[in-house]
Design a protein around this ligand. Structure first.
Ligand code: ATP
Length: 348
């Protein structure tokens, strides 16, 4: 059995069902992200795991033990919130030692553990400071150390980076993942930032209106999105309507080009997804050529972002700038190379 399992979890606030039939199995030491837009229910799932919210129904087990009936302090969980939520009147060291003190841990043991934790987050010199004397990034590291000090079985992170500025966010992302790996602590991370979820996680749960649309590795989520929502929410995607010529073999026309998708496609039309980076200017070594007219050219330096019209449908794509080839101009007729295997059939 997995280390943390959630089965048929449901939560309603009045008539509003905000978490629906939610299942998840998390392995020991795994880093899982709940990714989705604001209001999709990810925080509510996390709060139910922590015990701050009671499920309407469903089961949550940690290390084999059913925890739904346990109070938050009876669950062996550490949590970090978006707002730093440090105790302003306690020093950094006192904040980090807080959970241990509450548990009645002997002072010498608290001191040792606090020193270990401050070392872990790289703030050994700042134990005597107060929260207001720290930067936002430092405060979040202290919040992480405070959550980890009692050696919880599970770490829950609720958008811990979203209040920080962009540069610190990226460095703290790596730092959190590094600490998580070093401790091997099972972690659930809530975010609405797809880049954060993709870059940090072993697996990502993409949530949409209270439902887990897809659970998979970042690679799977990006390359094989299970639903239209996942395809559009994670990364940039062109969606193109193709006319189905033969439903059995999945032969379609896209613009003026016939393509064999080699999979059954119901219906007279199919919606296909294509990532911008899968399209090349010129056919090159690709198996399929589309023809189009350039409608937009954004020269961004290393990358040129282009858009072409394929006879009524618009396709965004990127090409790398090499100073040997001048970018095309608006109105140019171009040939675009794609591989039929990169076309995603969008369902759901
Ligand atoms: P965000 O990123 O904005 O926090 P989220 O995906 O974490 O979004 P939740 O905070 O889980 O979403 O909220 C899901 C839905 O449940 C929202 O519509 C929210 O208004 C509602 N909700 C959350 N907590 C309560 C509550 N205590 N009482 C009533 N409705 C609530």
């Amino acid at each position: 059995m997995s280390f943390l399992t959630i089965e048929n979890l449901e939560k309603s606030f009045g008539a509003n069902r905000v978490v629906k039939d939610f299942d998840l199995s998390v392995e020991k030491g795994e880093f899982i992200s709940l990714l989705g837009p604001s209001g999709c229910g990810k925080t509510t799932v996390l709060r139910m795991v922590a015990g701050f919210e009671t499920p309407s129904s469903g089961i949550i087990r940690i290390d084999g033990q059913e925890v739904v009936r346990l109070k938050p302090n009876q669950r062996n969980i550490g949590m970090v919130f978006q707002a730093y939520a440090l105790f302003p009147n306690l020093t950094v060291a006192q904040n980090v030692g807080f959970g241990l003190k509450v548990k009645g841990t002997p002072k010498s043991e608290i001191d040792t553990r606090v020193a270990e934790m401050l070392d872990l987050i790289g703030l050994s010199d700042l134990g005597g400071r107060y929260p207001f004397q720290l930067s936002g990034g430092q405060q979040q590291r202290v919040a992480l150390a405070r959550a980890l000090a009692p050696r919880p079985q599970v770490l829950l992170l609720d958008e811990p980076l979203s209040a920080l500025d962009a540069k610190i966010r990226v460095s703290l992302r790596n730092e959190i993942r590094e600490i998580q790996r070093r401790l091997g602590i099972t972690t659930i991370f809530v975010t609405h930032d797809q880049e954060e979820a993709l870059s940090m996680s072993d697996r990502v749960v993409v949530m949409h209106e209270g439902i887990a649309d897809q659970v998979g590795t970042p690679f799977e989520i990006y390359n094989a999105p299970a639903t239209r929502f996942v395809a559009n929410f994670v990364g940039t995607l062109n969606t193109l309507e193709a006319r189905v010529l033969d439903p059995a073999s999945g032969r379609v026309t896209l613009g003026q080009t016939e393509i064999a998708l080699n999979r059954p496609l119901p219906g007279p039309t199919a919606t296909l997804g294509l990532r911008p980076e899968m399209v090349s200017l010129g056919r090159g070594t690709h198996d399929t050529a589309l023809s189009g007219t350039i409608t937009e050219v954004d020269f961004l330096g290393s990358v040129i972002r282009l858009r072409a019209d394929l006879g009524g449908q618009s396709l965004a794509f990127d090409t790398f700038n090499t100073n040997r080839i001048a970018p095309p101009k608006v109105g140019d007729r171009v040939e675009l190379g794609i591989d039929a295997g990169d076309l995603l059939v969008i369902e759901g």
